[in-house]
Design a protein around this ligand. Structure first.
Ligand SMILES: [Zn+2]
Length: 157
């Protein structure tokens, strides 16, 4: 076997890999930051107000988090739900994780929890007919709605 040495590609490959994780380097729409976690609007939302909560540490599943990190993450999920309750008044939620690509995780390397507000009738013919969802609020509007809420410390949940 011949080897083609291309050491100049290392910098590109390593930097590309680091930049690929949206949870290690969130660019915008970060809603909250706690000691170990943060929440962010999903830029490809399943529904209005779709938020994701993730630990700062890049780990692929919950069992790699320390107890303190797990509690911090779950407190953030509860806090996020309370803010969404107040601001959007949904009738239900889908809250959960997709662990591994086979389970549908878009970013399988960095565990994150989806918090998806739901309303009766929010699933209409569009997803069934074309795989397209209709999201009525823009991310900018949703960000402003969320951030306009009064701050509630996680300890009060
Ligand atoms: Zn990451």
């Amino acid at each position: 076997m011949d080897i083609l040495w291309a050491p100049w590609r290392s910098k590109y490959i390593y930097s590309r890999k680091i930049k690929k994780c949206i949870f290690c380097d969130p660019k915008e729409y970060v809603l909250e930051r706690t000691k170990h976690s943060f929440s962010i609007l999903n830029i490809y939302p399943y529904n209005n107000g779709h938020v994701m909560a993730a630990p700062f540490r890049h780990v692929k599943s919950l069992e790699y988090l320390k107890a303190e990190e797990l509690k911090d993450l779950m407190d953030l999920v509860v806090k996020t739900k309370k803010v969404l309750d107040k601001k959007l008044k949904p009738q239900g939620y889908n809250i959960g994780l997709n662990i591994g690509k086979a389970a549908g995780a878009g970013f399988a390397g960095h565990v994150h929890i989806h918090i998806v507000p739901r309303w009766a009738g929010d699933t209409n013919f569009m997803p069934a007919a074309s795989g397209t969802r209709v999201i009525s609020e823009s991310l900018d509007v949703m960000y402003k709605i969320y951030k306009s809420s009064p701050r509630t410390p996680c300890s009060n949940v």
